[in-house]
Design a protein around this ligand. Sequence first.
Ligand SMILES: C[S@@+](CC[C@H](N)C(=O)[O-])C[C@H]1O[C@@H](n2cnc3c(N)ncnc32)[C@H](O)[C@@H]1O
Length: 327
Amino acid sequence: MSETYLPHVSVLLEECLNALAVGAGGIEVPLFADLTFGGGGHSSEILRRFPNAKLIAFDQDIEAINNGKLLLEKNGWSDRAMLVHANFDQLESWFNLNNPGKFNGILADLGVSSHQFDASERGFSFRSDAPLDMRMDSTNASVETAADILNTLPEEDLANLIFKFGEERLSRRIAARVCEFRKTKKLSTTGELEEICFLSYPSGQRHKGAHPATRTFQALRIAVNDELGSLERMLSALPKLLADGGTGAIISFHSLEDRIVKHTYKEIVANEQNRVMILTKKPIVPTEREVDINPRARSAKLRVLRRMENHGGLDGFKKQKKPWVER
Ligand SMILES: C[S@@+](CC[C@H](N)C(=O)[O-])C[C@H]1O[C@@H](n2cnc3c(N)ncnc32)[C@H](O)[C@@H]1O
């Protein structure tokens, strides 16, 4: 693996593997999709636990894909796993073109990887000063960077974006300061934006709770990568791509994502033709122990659904025991 690719601790690993095992039960050569390869933590565990399984892994970040190629080679997995450099909203068109067979399990672990966050030049973090980029797919020149958005959006639209995707209640003040700043100079670095957010907060609130820039950075990252749109498009394709009995497992990290997963699952289930059932009435969340070891897991929520074409109808499912505990 590349020494420059920073390590990522996989979230809800056991719980995800359990969910995928439900879909792969009794299948000799299960086929899995990991839609967010990242550091390859979940994928590696899938390949270890299911020695016959085949895996197709997506990531829109070329650094994750290049590092993944080395990881697969090093472990002798290259004949069982393939990497696709694409947005996961392309899953269905990729599937129609390549016809790999339906998936026994599909996993997505949303958001940014530790590598993306900690590689300061990517601009996702305000912990160091860097260009305001935030594109997960840095090879796609047609995607607007965070700087493009900050320097061109009208003040009101910018305030709405920061409010909607960051749930930042001081969005208007922050947008006003950004527009003030750009009258004299283009906004170009994470340090400049961090300072604008910091100064937009009343002095008594600047050092309480999360850093004042946290929500604004989240909002821009979501907007730059159209994260919620991609999620909706990918989720709506799930029922068509899952094999009979196959499971779909999605880990979200904030309420905007989780709301979409929860509501889209409900819509999928409501369409009887999909023959899909939600396995997690309440989301699966990490144990205190996991959060102690990996604070990034704190807000994670896993929701699992299952396609049930020939499994005694949907009623048959209700008698099945779930291999995890819901909290
Ligand atoms: C949280 S990390 C995944 C970590 C991985 N599960 C592990 O254990 O190492 C999320 C990864 O998904 C990728 N990603 C996020 N949204 C994506 C999308 N819409 N399409 C493809 N890849 C995406 C990011 O580039 C990032 O590498």
